[in-house]
Write a protein that binds this ligand. Structure first.
Ligand SMILES: [Zn+2]
Length: 188
């Protein structure tokens, strides 16, 4: 599954530490009524005056706020990281995200040449990394990622489940007395 194309340059990162930062972003999304996914990108090689391990992208879902279907945590963080590095090639970075990237975000990760992706909880319905679409490790694409899964998986799952549970219970009965159901996908 995992294809290691790039060796870590020096200190091995503490994946739990950075996933915890991503979870804080997911919390901020939930508080704003957004699907709780959070993303952190760090740099893994000295760059200008930036130390190794510096956070160069930090975002949560903002699709509702921005009225933008592409405003997923990963895409926003990738844009920030590219701006911080002054380069669209994010070849010395690690991307942390609380849930498995969707196909769009997996595509962005490939286009940015991000070598390592760490995610918490898989998305068996429409995951774009490995679960449904194997975009991060596909032989027909010009870049493949090392993928590390299951980091703080339970916390990443809990925040999603509690968000959707709360959203379902908020719905009031319609005039027919039937409970309205939310048909939106759980992984916007
Ligand atoms: Zn996405």
């Amino acid at each position: 599954m995992a294809i290691l194309q790039y060796a870590y340059p020096m200190n091995l990162p503490n994946h739990e530490h950075f996933m915890d930062l991503a979870l804080r972003e997911a919390d901020r999304a939930a508080s704003a009524g957004e699907v709780p996914a959070g993303c952190i990108i760090i740099n893994t090689a000295p760059h200008r005056d930036m130390p190794v391990g510096a956070v160069i992208g930090r975002a949560h879902n903002q699709t509702e706020l921005l009225k933008d279907p592409t405003a997923h945590a990963e895409i926003l963080a990738i844009t920030q990281a590219a701006s911080a590095l002054g380069d669209w090639r994010l070849t010395d970075t690690i991307l942390y995200v609380t849930k498995e990237p969707c196909p769009m975000c997996a595509g962005g990760i490939i286009l940015g040449r991000i070598p390592t992706v760490v995610y918490g909880v898989p998305d068996p319905k429409r995951g774009g990394a490995l679960s449904v679409f194997n975009i991060l490790d596909h032989p027909n694409l010009n870049h493949r990622c090392e993928v590390i899964t299951g980091v703080m998986e339970q916390q990443c799952r809990d925040i999603l489940q509690s968000f959707f549970r709360e959203r379902r219970t908020k719905h009031t009965p319609n005039p027919d007395g039937n409970q309205q159901t939310d048909t939106r996908n759980q992984n916007d």
